[in-house]
Design a protein around this ligand. Structure first.
Ligand code: NAD
Length: 470
């Protein structure tokens, strides 16, 4: 057996391991109490500090922080509190006739000691969201938030210390090395949100202990706008969805594929909505944020330079200011296939606009790439919409909108293959942090006992009849 003695986080892990069954045995009411304590901390005690931390880390406007950090967590908690009783109930299932004399059910039991690793783009939402599911399912949790948003991480550490005891929920701050050490420990579940590349590292580490995983990853989420779409409404929603959080969203539209016959109208509508949203001055607008770090700024700037070098057309924007980590909302067209912006997830305020002449071309283009986290369709045509959905694979889809599928707690959220493994939100998050334990209870002599050895001709006959009839 592996010796974890020298691991700097082993002592904390052992504390939680010693406590995990007790936490797993908590009642519905006890879990609701914990969730409500977290809710009070976020909604009341620390709300202003959350807004301030987001302003410092990401230049995030107050309204955006309220809507994309505070509200989703409160929504997660309210939803869990409302349905937890149902989720925790034992689920009776049928028992086949061949098992006569027995009854069957399954329960959702806690997995045990869980690790949550979260990214920087919505630090509160993407740390406390999974935490709500983990608590609802009765687990103990160690959290490792991103080092890129230090104000958010320090505040989350304070909230966790205040609301929970360390043997139940603990938060460890630090750089990649902290993640690396934590990932060596034999957790019962790891819930990771971040990039596909680091997702592979997490999956590899989890395999050493055969730890189950949920990977909420990213990638390139396409938008198709067909010739029947309401162009103005599409532009209005895409300009919001793309430039919210300065494009640093896993489900942000990554690139647009628009029918060539309506491209110009679409571009005009995009310009109109951009100028309305940011009053023609995004740099001084209170509604527009900044890039998280200098390194991320340089990456995005180099995408623009690369596109320019390849003679692409900058329709809008392209201007940046390194000191301020500012990149103007940018629309680019006439891109060559080899442009880096078409190869990597953009994760910033740059939108490539590509065209197609037949819908199949757009579908084939998407299918040459990794399976996306989200695929958006703007169309009034049922047959086009069906053709797109049935001929592609994606984690989620909005028809005539973008991003909002994330906000419905009744839907599973997550990717497929390169964009993720497993689902989160609402019941699906509770499920991710639970083990489905199957239970069969024998009430009377079981039919199977007639088939115990020694075997003879009669039992052979019964076996044949069982295969045929039961
Ligand atoms: P990231 O993968 O770089 O980092 C995520 C977390 O992993 C951080 O806590 C970081 O400290 C840790 N980490 C980084 N390198 C590591 C390593 N080598 N070993 C172990 N841990 C490591 O991602 P990010 O830059 O924070 O976030 C952006 C990515 O996350 C994008 O790809 C985006 O699409 C994705 N994302 C997905 C979702 C979703 O719900 N599917 C949500 C937000 C972001």
């Amino acid at each position: 057996m592996t010796d974890f003695k020298d691991n700097p986080h082993y002592e904390l892990f052992l504390k939680q391991q010693a406590n995990q069954l007790k936490v797993g045995q908590t009642t519905h009411n006890q879990r609701v109490k914990k969730l409500n304590a977290l809710r009070r901390a976020i909604e009341i005690t620390y709300r202003d500090q959350i807004i301030e931390a987001m302003r410092k880390d990401l230049g995030k406007p107050k309204v955006e922080t309220e809507l994309t950090e505070v509200y989703p967590i409160i929504g997660d908690i309210k939803h869990a509190v409302k349905y937890l009783h149902r989720w925790m109930r034992k689920q009776k299932v049928k028992t086949p006739l061949s098992m006569l004399g027995a009854s069957s059910y399954f329960i959702h039991e806690s997995k045990g000691v869980c690790l949550i690793i979260s990214p920087w783009n919505f630090p509160f939402n993407l740390t406390f969201g999974p935490l709500v599911s983990a608590i609802a399912a009765g687990n103990t949790v160690i959290i490792k938030p991103s080092e890129m948003t230090p104000n958010a991480s320090a505040l989350m550490a304070k909230i966790v210390r205040e609301v929970f005891s360390e043997d139940e929920v603990a938060l460890v701050e630090g750089e990649v090395e902290v993640s690396t050490q934590l990932l060596k420990l034999p957790f019962n579940h790891i819930f990771f949100t971040g990039s596909p590349n680091v997702g592979k590292i997490v999956m590899n580490a989890a395999s050493k202990n055969l730890t189950s995983i949920t990977l909420e990853l990213g990638g390139k989420s396409p938008v198709i706008i067909d010739e029947t779409a309401n162009i103005d409404a599409a532009a209005k929603k895409i300009m919001w969805g793309k430039f919210l959080n300065t494009g640093q969203i896993c489900v942000a539209p990554d690139y647009v594929l628009v029918d060539e016959s309506i491209k110009q109208q679409f571009v005009n509508a995009c310009k109109k909505w951009l100028s309305y949203y940011y009053r023609d001055r995004p740099k001084t607008s209170k509604s527009y944020g900044r890039i998280v770090t200098q390194k991320h700024f340089e990456r995005l700037k180099s995408h623009i330079e690369n596109a320019k070098d390849l003679s692409a057309t900058i329709i809008v924007g392209g201007i940046s200011d390194a000191k301020d980590k500012y990149i103007e909302p940018t629309l680019i067209s006439d891109l060559k296939d080899e442009a880096t912006i078409l190869q990597e997830e953009i994760f910033g305020p740059i939108l490539p606009i590509l065209t197609y002449s037949k819908l199949d071309e757009a579908i084939n283009y998407i299918n040459t790439k990794e399976r996306p986290l989200a695929l958006y369709i703007y169309s009034k045509s049922k047959s086009n919409t069906n053709a797109i959905i049935t001929n592609t694979r994606a984690g989620g889809t909005c028809i005539n909108n973008n991003i909002i599928h994330y906000a419905n707690h009744h839907l599973p959220f997550g990717g497929v293959n390169n964009s993720g493994i497993g689902k989160s939100h609402g019941f699906f998050g509770f499920e991710a942090f639970s083990n489905k334990r199957a239970v069969v209870k024998q009430h009377t002599i079981g039919a199977s006992e007639f088939m115990f050895p020694p075997y003879g001709r009669v039992k052979e006959k019964i076996a044949r009849l069982t295969i045929k009839w039961f």
